[in-house]
Ligand binder design. Sequence first.
Ligand code: MG
Length: 158
Amino acid sequence: MRVGTGRDIHRLAENAKTLVLGGVKIDSPRGPLAHSDGDALLHAVIDALLGAAALGDIGDHFSDTDPQYKNADSRQLLRKTAALLSKNKLRVTNIDATVILERPKLGPLKQAMRDNIASDLGLPKNSVNVKAKTAEGLGELGRAEAVAAEAVVMLEEE
Ligand code: MG
């Protein structure tokens, strides 16, 4: 068994990109400032997967200065990460992730995020969990100036 953790944060601004979390478009006046699509949840999950596999971090594989990844769909990056894991004979046991966004409330969208992650990694739905929290008005997250995510994963060697 191997464990890994990941975290990510993106600044939010008006007139920025569409806010996408876990591959789900969110109806929000503020979106992320990012090179890719700025999907903090998927970036945290990818980093946790790479961490558990001892394969470095998301920047090593999908550089935020590489024009190839400008506006990249992070679900594609997640699928590439899945391919990398299977090449290394590693299988995901489970994933637990948390998104922190002040508004809008993500509760109704958690299942869709979970479905996307499970589908991209070829996992049963009960191997993936997504939790949504606010920052209770505290700090930059509480002022809705940013969105953050954390993930923990466990891998098994095949
Ligand atoms: Mg990121």
